[in-house]
Write a new protein. Structure first.
Length: 699
């Protein structure tokens, strides 16, 4: 009390030379201009940094004298905080400095983001709303490093041992997979007393609900919103629709899901739609929900005819492309291939249509469901258990809370060719990745605990005594980057060059699977090995390794140009993009790795300009299904967008073949989705140059 009274009665600040009172004003962050009061420094240090009053007073007095000597007459709250932070470091109060730090971006970076309006991760240029989100992500990224993650995890991320994907969206889960039955049963219900609607009576209303719910959920996720078995979910509403009606509904769905990007400052609302020829095994015998949220008295399997007719119309719309004939950036269609589809007498027209989309538009992912027991896993990321059978279908919902990537090549550099050392280091690195997941989970659990009045209100929304997202059904993704490069660092050839290299990769991957299962049991959460949909990680790891103590080894292993820094590693369970192999051989090798059970893994097939015949693609699809263990295929043609004449041309060209303009941009598959090449990072552009494209017969 003595110190506080002395400080509040302190005489006004005076000029040391003239002795006259100095008027000092502070421009606060709330845009108010107030007189300088050193007591605020003491209050802040006690409140934020947990300093005792004596030390806080001492620092405040020194800051006051520093300001007098500097001659500053107009202060800002950020400047005062910087001066205080410097004093905290001077006194060795690192923990207090961390708690007192101000988050933000330098003026230069803010100016660059606002003017250039492009994200580092490689998205389409943004409007003002998009740049606001980019600036907010920069602040949240700092917040996550300083406040959410421990020093061990933060250091591992900053040095490049791991990469916490989407760290700028620390307060959001990564992705969510849901049954549409929730919308069919409850209609549209949003938090904070926004307008709601009853369950849909007509298909066009249900489609509107799906679009609105997707847009709402995108604000709560850093990755995609995924809807399961879309065509079978809609089928009870489509029994009286002819082909013309189905075409209009398919167009409404696709175009409406594409349109909201404008409202989000140029950020595409990422939405994945799972599609089926037959009702999925876990859904086939379950009662179907129809208009007004009521059960129809039939099972999903009994709606195969309208579901298949709508599937055909949806693929036709996807083949047409948007109004300019360009491929759709979203929604992304995921078609599940089963033995029933491949052998059905009615299937050839659909398979031919699939081949046409693959070679002319791309972006259609083909998932191979060879085993019924894995059908649920391939969508939701968790195995179908007896407890799921007892739960109503509208409650089926899972979320990937976070995705953490592992820098595998670095382990190989440090091990100096010793596999046992690599496996031991890998176990230790997985412990760090698990800790990162658990720290993020605790943070999200606290946000979810705030319920419908908290920041994750929609995810915490309760209907029929059930929370929209149950944390017990969530997963945590671990993405091993650079498996091919790790094998090379251990002295083997690349995966496409040697069966021994593949065997070594399988041994390493088997260790990853075993340790991931062990960590899941240890921490009672689901850790899942998965592919990565992040565009930055492979480039960041390679770039950091070139600046590390292992730079000499890294320069011999990375792909791209080590001299310029345009480098990258391979994404999880992939052959080198530059590997000169046939499409089927690439599918075969990667399929051996897929067979160990990683989630959401896919093999991209990069198509050259002459690969326009759907017949070889249909043949590849058949052979991949029956002759390999490949989990899924992603045909990936490339396009040139002319910004002058508006034409979309197959292949990457400059200048435009039509008008000869140099104002062109590329459109290509980056990770799992289409995006404009002009927004790609240097590693992705290097990978684009290196890709081995197959032509005509896919050789």
């Amino acid at each position: 009390m003595e110190k506080q009274r002395w400080y509040s009665e302190e005489p006004p600040v005076t000029d040391e030379l003239s002795g006259a009172e100095v008027e000092l004003y502070v421009r606060r962050s709330d845009e108010h201009l107030v007189r300088f009061d050193p007591q605020h420094i003491i209050d802040a240090l006690v409140r934020e940094a947990r300093l005792d009053v004596e030390m806080a007073t001492r620092i405040s007095q020194e800051i006051k004298q520093l300001i007098i000597r500097s001659g500053i007459r107009a202060l800002s709250s950020s400047l005062i905080r910087e001066l205080v932070d410097a004093k905290l470091i001077e006194y060795g109060l690192e923990k207090a400095h961390r708690a007192h730090s101000r988050l933000g971006v330098p003026l230069y970076d803010a100016d660059r983001i606002i003017r250039q309006a492009a994200r580092e991760a490689g998205a389409h240029p943004h409007g003002p709303e998009g740049t606001s989100l980019t600036l907010a992500e920069a602040i949240k990224r700092e917040y996550a490093i300083l406040s959410v993650f421990s020093d061990r995890v933060a250091d591992a991320h900053l040095t490049g041992d791991i990469h916490i994907q989407g760290i700028g969206a620390i307060d959001r889960p990564h992705a969510l997979v849901s049954s549409i039955d929730y919308i069919k049963r409850h209609g549209m219900a949003l938090p904070f007393n926004f307008s709601s609607s009853r369950p849909a009576r007509h298909p066009e209303v249900l489609i509107a609900h799906i679009v609105k719910m997707s847009a709402a959920l995108q604000g709560y996720l850093s990755g995609p919103i995924v809807w399961d078995s879309l065509n079978f979910s809609l089928a009870p509403f489509l029994t009286d629709c002819d082909d013309r009606d189905l075409r209009q509904l398919a167009q409404a769905l696709v175009f409406e899901l594409s349109a909201p990007a404008v409202a989000r400052g140029g950020q595409v609302i990422t939405c994945d739609l799972h599609l089926d020829w037959d009702a999925p095994p876990y859904l086939a015998s379950r009662p179907a929900i129809g208009p007004l949220g009521q059960e129809t008295g039939k099972t999903h399997a009994e709606y195969a005819d309208p579901a298949r007719r709508f599937l055909h119309q949806l693929l036709e719309v996807y083949l047409e492309g948007d109004g300019s004939g360009r491929p759709f950036l979203t929604p992304r269609l995921i078609l599940h291939i089963t033995d029933s589809l491949m052998t059905s007498p009615a299937a050839p027209p659909l398979l031919e249509l699939v081949g046409q989309i693959a070679v002319s538009k791309g972006g259609l992912r083909l998932v191979f469901d060879r085993e019924e027991r894995l059908s649920y896993w391939s969508r939701f990321g968790v195995m179908f258990e007896p407890s799921h059978e007892r739960v109503e279908t509208w409650r089926w919902r899972t979320a990937s809370l976070q995705s953490v990537a592992l820098n595998l090549p670095r382990l190989g550099y440090r091990a100096k060719g010793d596999l046992l050392t690599v496996l031991q280091s890998l176990t230790e690195l997985l412990e760090v990745a698990a800790q990162a997941h658990l720290e993020r989970r605790v943070f999200l659990e606290k946000l979810m605990a705030l319920g419908e009045n908290g920041p994750l209100a929609l995810l915490a929304l309760r209907r029929s005594e059930a929370t929209f997202l149950k944390l017990a059904w969530t997963t945590h993704l671990i993405c091993p980057i650079g498996l091919d490069e790790l094998v090379t660092a251990l002295g083997e050839k690349h995966l496409h060059e040697s069966d021994r290299a593949v065997d070594l990769a399988l041994r390493i991957l088997g260790h990853l699977v075993h340790e991931t299962e062990r960590l899941s049991l240890k921490h009672n959460v689901r850790f899942v090995l998965a592919d990565s949909d992040d565009e930055l990680t492979a480039h960041r790891f390679a770039r950091l390794d070139l600046r590390s103590r292992e730079a000499d080894q890294a320069s011999r292993v990375v792909s791209g140009d080590a001299a310029t820094g345009d480098v990258y590693y391979t994404n999880p369970l992939k052959v080198l993009p530059a590997a000169p192999t046939s499409a089927l051989e690439r599918v075969r090798i990667e399929g051996l790795l897929h067979h160990l059970g990683c989630y959401r893994v896919t093999t991209p097939i990069w198509l050259g300009d002459r690969a326009t015949d759907p017949a070889p693609m249909t043949l590849l699809l058949t052979r991949a299904f029956y002759q390999t263990h490949c989990a899924s295929l992603l045909p990936a043609p490339e396009f040139t967008l002319c910004l002058e004449c508006g034409q979309t041309i197959r292949g990457l060209h400059s200048p435009c073949p039509h008008c000869r303009s140099s104002r062109v941009d590329g459109l290509a598959i980056s990770a799992h989705h289409f995006s404009r090449v002009s927004g790609w990072n240097r590693g992705l552009i290097a990978q684009l140059r290196d890709r081995y494209r197959v032509d005509e017969n896919f050789d």
